[in-house]
Design a protein around this ligand. Structure first.
Ligand code: WT7
Length: 633
């Protein structure tokens, strides 16, 4: 939605909350439906039961591909930059992407995939990942993409939870200097996954892999079969607005990740609308989102949002610091990127290399910048603004979550007056509220509280896969009739929102959500560990680091060996992304008489702030605190 001024935003916003159904109906009409909906919205936050655009029929890939073919068929949809800058880049026009999606969708059908089947995708950041995602959507199969940094055990848990029938992967992948043995990790996972009948393996690194007869097939061979069948088209499956589109697993405060479920109609409308609105995207602009498709940011803002709007998206296989820390700037210069959407952790990491690499590249194509994943600290905001945006590019600091499907609180580029560190104001149609610990709404400005949303939006999660009660418990039971985000927030005198971080036991490490309970479970699997407690602490680059307090009476006399064993265990159980940055061995943990770990005390110690630990008299053994303080890392 194009917004011409701040006044215009305020008008649209007012109208969107006074008549939300009318507002969203108008937005939905900008998409292509096979059949129009009978009812815009039916909802209650008690069960919860949320239905948008009921009776509507559509296929999201017709909106992302087919509808652009006539006018924009030759426009680049995806520009792919490989990990190794000396390898050729690839450009897929809308026409080419459409054809490849249809081909692979037919290959999936040849392999027995039907509407409603769950498909696990574990792939590197190459165009075939987007093709696999869209091919699933084309035929109504439900994709569950798993980020390449998760271990075999994590993959197995997710495949079992969703009872996936097929896995799509690659032999291997490249990330910076590293080779990722993707197929080998999948093979380890599948030992525990009887539901998987077929594994489709794309050739990327041509690393040796074992291909199991009757189960494993090569992507390229399956495409050849489709070509010999001579039927390149694959008509899109007609989906109900509320049919499941995908599952994406995310961590929470319990040990087990949840499968967040998004549905076809509402998610499409929300991803497309928010992309267009927050970035004020104009056709022809080159847009570069640095996220991985393994996370929601990649789903909504590399694949579905931009493609639904006919945008040109750059997709990058590698990392910002390889072969050197000028890689983003190379890419901006090479493809004349107009919009760069990245994360505070990437900005802070690049900041640490100084400004020479930024200055030696031509970044004059940039007109808009974006940030996502965690509260952006002011230092990083100003560095991004001055050195990358040259003081000329609005920074849209987009606050949202996996469960939200798309941006919730965000500036509108060129429209909303900015404040560093503030996600600013809700997008049209979004109704945030702050509540106190009793669930009472805190009205007025210059206040702080827990952030909730009091009215549905089309992109919200509908359930957690296979466990609706868990969805209700986690998001809809803390406060009556509201969706609880898990974030703390302040609203300043101007009504601007500033997210202050999670208020639950969830860490945000480099913009990725990691549950402390999950990491503790993994540490506790190590044979010499009796108990552990994990908290976050401020980390210069990652935002939050993982600090583990571990009881291990039988540890090796060289503590570092046990430390490394614990890290290896966490890598095996969750994945390298959850490895603790610090492990402190302790003889006990501060517990209340009822046995509850007092994390508040551990958090203070991990933060290096031991001056005021508060009341420790209720502890079972107050002496343990002095020992932990003395041994702090
Ligand atoms: C959590 C959601 C959806 C984006 C990727 C992360 C934090 C995200 C911001 C921001 C302050 C932010 C919140 C949120 N967060 N963006 N712009 N400002 N905090 O998705 O893994 O679902 O994590 O990330 O704490 O609850 P996620």
């Amino acid at each position: 939605m194009k917004i011409s001024s701040f006044e215009h935003y305020k008008q649209v916003y007012q109208q969107s909350v006074s008549q939300p159904e009318q507002f969203w109906e108008g937005v939905a009409e900008t998409f292509q439906w096979r059949k129009k909906w009978d009812m815009v919205l039916e909802w209650n936050f008690k069960e919860p039961d949320i239905k948008w655009f009921q009776g509507g029929k559509l296929n999201i890939t017709e909106n992302c591909l087919d509808r652009h073919l006539e006018t924009d068929g030759d426009r680049p949809a995806i520009i792919w930059e490989p990990n190794d800058p000396t390898e050729d880049h690839r450009v897929l026009t809308y026409k080419q992407l459409h054809d490849k999606v249809c081909q692979f969708a037919n290959a999936l059908k040849n392999n027995g995939v039907q509407k409603g089947d769950r498909i696990c995708i574990y792939m590197p950041m190459i165009p075939e990942l987007a093709i696999a995602v869209l091919a699933c959507a084309r035929i109504g199969a439900v994709h569950s993409v798993i980020f390449g940094g998760f271990s075999a055990q994590s993959i197995a848990d997710r495949i079992q939870d969703a009872e996936c029938k097929v896995v799509i992967t690659a032999d291997g992948g490249f990330r910076g200097p590293k080779d990722l043995p993707l197929k080998s990790v999948i093979d380890d996972a599948l030992v525990q996954c009887p539901s998987v009948k077929r594994v489709i393996v794309l050739t990327r690194s041509r690393t040796p892999v074992s291909m199991i007869k009757g189960r494993d097939v090569w992507w390229e061979d399956e495409i050849k079969k489709v070509e010999t069948q001579g039927n390149p088209d694959c008509p899109a499956e007609e989906m109900d607005a509320e049919d499941m589109l995908f599952i994406l697993y995310t961590s929470g405060s319990t040990g087990k990740p949840k499968g967040v479920v998004h549905t076809c109609g509402g998610y499409m409308v929300y991803a497309g609308f928010t992309f267009d609105t927050a970035f004020q995207y104009n056709k022809g602009e080159v847009y570069f989102c640095t996220a991985d498709i393994g996370w929601i940011t990649g789903h909504s803002y590399i694949v579905y949002g931009p493609l639904s709007q006919g945008a040109t998206a750059v997709m990058f296989e590698g990392v910002p610091t390889w072969p050197d820390a000028g890689r983003f700037w190379d890419i901006v210069d090479k493809y004349k990127v107009n919009i760069l959407y990245t994360a505070p952790t990437a900005i802070r990491s690049l900041m640490s290399f100084g400004t020479d690499l930024v200055k030696s590249h031509d970044l004059s194509s940039l007109t808009k910048l974006g940030s996502v994943g965690e509260p952006i600290n002011e230092e990083a905001w100003h560095w991004f603004d001055e050195n990358v945006g040259k003081g000329n590019c609005p920074i849209v600091d987009t606050w949202w979550q996996t469960e939200n499907g798309g941006f919730m609180i965000s500036p509108i580029a060129g429209v909303t007056p900015l404040k560093p560190g503030y996600a600013s104001l809700p997008l049209p149609g979004v109704q945030p509220v702050l509540v106190d610990e009793n669930g009472k709404e805190i009205e007025g400005n210059d206040v702080s509280g827990n952030l909730c949303i009091k009215f549905p939006w089309p992109g919200m999660l509908r359930t957690t896969y296979g466990d609706h009660e868990r969805c209700r418990q986690t998001y809809f039971s803390t406060y009556a009739d509201m969706y609880f985000t898990g974030d703390g927030c302040m609203r300043d005198a101007d009504g601007y929102y500033r997210i202050t971080g999670r208020v639950d036991d969830v860490l945000n490490v480099s913009g990725h959500r990691i549950g402390t309970a999950e990491v503790e479970n993994a540490i506790n699997m190590h044979s010499s560990v009796v108990e552990s407690a994990v908290v976050g602490y401020p980390h210069d680059i990652k935002g939050q680091g993982v600090y583990a307090f571990v009881i291990s009476p039988d540890k090796h006399e060289n503590e570092d060996l046990t430390r490394k064993d614990i890290l290896m265990t966490v890598s095996r159980i969750i994945g390298p992304i959850a490895k603790p940055d610090k492990i402190q061995f302790v003889s006990g943990l501060p517990k209340t008489r009822s046995g509850k770990i007092m994390r508040r005390i551990l958090r203070k110690i991990a933060e290096g702030d031991v001056s005021n630990l508060g009341d420790t008299s209720t502890l079972l053994d107050p002496g343990v605190v002095d020992e932990i303080k003395a041994g702090a890392l």
